[in-house]
Design a protein around this ligand. Structure first.
Ligand code: ITT
Length: 207
C-alpha cells in the first residue's frame, strides 16, 4: 500500500521505509509538494497530528486517499527540564529556539551547543521521544509514542559515530557502550523511539 509520510526529513523517511518494507513510503518532496506546516502544538503528539492533518488535506485535494503517517520527535534532557524537547529541530543553544531569520545552526552545531549548555552537569540522563500517528481522515487515526533512553555523552568526548542524524552522535547508550550514531540503521531501528513506534503501526497495517 502507498503511505504518505508527512515529513521533510529524508533520514526519517529512510528509517520508516526500512521498517515498513511491505509498503511504498512517499514524502511530499517525492511529488513536488511543498510541505512545511507550522508546528504550533504544545506536545509531540499535537505536532504529529498537525503535520498529518496538513498532508491529509493536501493529498485529498489531489484526489488521493492513501493513509498518512507523521512523526514529531526530539531529544529531552532531564537536567534541562526536558528541553530541547519539541523544539529540538529549532534549538539554538542555552534556552534559545529560533524559527525564522538568520542562519540556523546545523546538526553538528546544535550538538555542540547542547553539550555546552549541559556543561559538566553530572545528570546526563536523556531520551529521544517520538510521537507517531497513522491517519486515515481528519478525525480517524491511531497514535503511538515511544522513547529511547540514554545519556548525553561527556563534553570532553564531544561526539561519536557517523551514522544516523541529528543528536545521534551525542546520545550514549550505556548498555551497548555506543552512541546512537555508532549503530547500524537496522540496530537503531530495532531499539529507537521511531523504530518502535513504526513497528507498532506496522502491526496495525499488516503485510
Ligand atoms: P519534519 O518536521 O519535517 O518531520 P524535522 O527534522 O523538523 O522534520 P521534528 O520537527 O520532529 O522533525 O524535529 C525533530 C528533531 O529532533 C530533528 O530535527 C533532530 O534534531 C531531533 N531528532 C529526532 N529524532 C532523532 C533521531 O532519531 N536521531 C537524532 N536526532 C533526532
Amino acid at each position: 500500500m502507498t503511505i504518505w509520510f508527512a515529513t521533510g526529513n529524508a533520514h526519517k523517511k529512510a528509517e520508516l521505509a526500512a521498517v515498513l518494507q511491505e509498503h511504498e513510503i512517499r514524502i511530499p518532496a517525492d511529488a513536488g509538494i511543498e510541505f512545511d506546516p507550522e508546528e504550533t502544538g504544545a506536545t509531540f503528539l499535537e505536532n504529529a497530528l498537525i503535520k498529518a492533518r496538513a498532508l491529509y488535506r493536501l493529498t485529498a485535494e489531489k484526489g488521493l486517499a492513501d493513509p498518512i503517517i507523521a512523526d514529531d520527535s526530539g531529544l529531552c534532557v532531564d537536567a534541562l527540564g526536558g528541553r530541547p524537547g519539541i523544539y529540538s529541530a529549532r534549538y539554538q543553544g542555552v534556552g534559545r529556539y529560533g524559527s525564522e531569520g538568520g542562519k540556523k545552526p546545523d546538526a553538528a552545531e546544535r550538538n555542540a551547543l547542547l553539550l555546552r549548555e549541559l556543561g559538566d552537569n553530572p545528570n546526563r540522563k536523556a531520551r529521544f521521544v517520538c510521537a507517531m500517528v497513522l491517519l486515515f481522515s481528519e478525525d480517524r487515526f491511531f497514535a503511538v509514542q515511544e522513547t529511547l533512553e540514554g545519556e548525553i555523552i561527556s563534553r570532553a568526548e564531544g561526539k561519536r559515530g557517523g551514522g544516523g542524524f541529528g543528536y545521534d552522535p551525542i546520545l550514549w547508550l550505556p548498555e551497548l557502550g555506543r552512541t546512537v550514531a555508532e549503530l547500524s540503521e537496522e540496530e537503531k531501528n530495532r531499539i529507537s523511539h521511531r523504530g518502535k513506534a513504526a513497528m507498532a503501526l506496522a502491526k496495525l497495517l499488516g503485510g
